[in-house]
Ligand binder design. Structure first.
Ligand SMILES: [Zn+2]
Length: 172
């Protein structure tokens, strides 16, 4: 057994975890309320809300559906879908507020292997591992009104317990 292993007592581990807990405590100055966005800006096709849809031709049946915003006469061209029977709209981007400890200055990043590739566009996030799936699913992270994208795999930390993770993001 090395001296270092002797140091890793349950008390020491608790101290370490307490220290990180303090860093990611929402009351602490390092913690920012950020917005995670999921699902990107994909578009989706939906049936036109103004005309009757013809399921055989997969086009507008050229008849007003009685409830849409722009009535037109039977046999005419639907003014909403222009006869295509469907409309394209942006899918709703889901978003969620999360509290993350953020290190903005790369001089203070933890555990970074190739620090030479880092610049002021990078930030490092420290969070509990429970939050990682959300971070990894997100297509965008908004911090101080700037949009960031993931810049690498998370690195686990927390001595032997993997309670926490660091993750790099860079400006989109
Ligand atoms: Zn239509």
């Amino acid at each position: 057994m090395t001296i270092f292993q002797n140091l890793l007592t349950p008390e020491f581990k608790q101290l370490y975890n307490d220290a990180i807990d303090a860093i990611i405590d929402p009351a602490n100055g390092l913690v920012n309320t950020c917005i995670l966005k999921y699902g990107g800006s994909a578009t989706q096709q939906t049936v036109c809300n103004n005309c009757l849809y013809d399921t055989i031709s997969r086009l507008s049946s050229n008849m007003y559906n009685g409830t849409g915003p722009k009535p037109f006469s039977d046999g005419g061209i639907c003014p909403v879908c222009l006869g295509s029977g469907s409309i394209t709209r942006n899918s709703v981007i889901k978003e969620e507020k999360v509290n993350l400890a953020i290190i903005m200055d790369n001089k203070y990043f933890f555990n970074v292997a190739n620090a030479l590739n880092l610049n002021s566009n990078h930030i490092q996030i420290l969070c509990k591992v429970e939050l990682l799936p959300k971070l990894q699913n997100a297509v965008e992270l908004i911090v101080h009104d700037l949009a960031y994208q993931q810049a690498g795999e998370p690195q686990y930390c927390g001595l032997s317990q993997h309670k926490y993770a660091f993750m790099l993001w860079r400006v989109k």
